[in-house]
Design a protein around this ligand. Sequence first.
Ligand code: GCO
Ligand code: MG
Length: 407
Amino acid sequence: MKITGAEVFIGGPGKNYVTLKIKTDEGIYGLGDATLNNRETLPAAYLTDYLIPCLIGKDPLNSEDIWQYFYRGAYFRRGPVAMAAIGAIDMALWDIKGKLANLPLYQLFGGKSREGALVYAHATGSNLGALLDTIAHYQDQGYKAVRVQCGIPDMPAGGYAIPKNNEDSKHFITQFGSLPEEEIWSTAKYLRYMPTVFEAIRERFGNELEILHDVHHRLLPREAAAFAKEIEQYKLYWMEDPTPADDQTALRMIRQHSTVPIAIGEVFNSLWDCKQMIEEELIDFIRVAVTYAGGITHVKRIVELAALHHVRTGFHGAPSHSPISMAAQGHINAWAPNFGIQEYLVLGTLECEALFPSQHYYKDGMFYISDEPGLGVDFDEKEAQRYSYKRGYHPVVRLEDGTVWNY
Ligand code: GCO
Ligand code: MG
């Protein structure tokens, strides 16, 4: 079997999804997702300019050798751009392997460890009242776990990624068409207000609801430790990205002062980036994504290392991922003995489902992977013609005195 060609498409409903299609001489094709939020053209160029020319003529079933060839062969290794491009190829090769075997991918990993995977939704409100309503809305839809983000008084964007129109989760973080917007952040205001939000949520929804919260790298180590200690009583499922991801030793201070579970990894791209925090058991959940952590081959390795250290999975699933990588993660979630939870937002719209048809489905707070062979997702190229690339940015954050801060 030989690879005969590969193409990259950029676009989608409200997002610049980067979709790779690898074709073979036996007519089977594989799909991969190389979407790197707000930098989408870069993995696309890495693929078309450098990797795809090397793929032609290779046996697609040798996915391990192809992974090593692109990882070791690049000399300048790792980083989100390269790992998103390698990851997309890897997903597509696994897709081909599954289709050829006529088996859903989870069967090639070792079969199912569970029927459905627990997922969490994003409940975001520009104020407490709006947040509580949004949580109630997700509970009505069957969700057992929600990530809660709340606007802070006198700091309108203080819950970060607070949608302008006051609506809940259908925000896409990306701001299209202009230069980045700037948001003002005050750690003092956040630390004063956020614990009262958790208190109100527990009061209204009781103790069974799983509450997750994303600090989005905003705190210093000592602040994060004090915050974690204070909110321990609200029994969060996890506190995510409490401090900037660059320095993993910062987590030691948090660990010494609290038992709040910590989730990190959405901006990490390799096993080497995650190694210290997993081996030192500084985290409880690993948040990498197949999309920019080297695909299925590499993320499975991270999952196996995590299992040795009591770390469970909680893969990134922001709307920046296409249904292709969400399916790849769905297959890993079905298999992984140390599965924890999956962030779930992507399959929300009819347009998205038309572009990426699949039989995977959400029901009562769980995500169920279908038994279609391979990834079990298709890509409608005719639909894809409706979309084109639009440049977008994440917001940039400043403190009240103007100092640039972490998004
Ligand atoms: C999450 C993430 C997102 C990111 C986004 C950046 O936990 O879902 O933090 O909200 O901001 O993926 O591109
Ligand atoms: Mg996050």
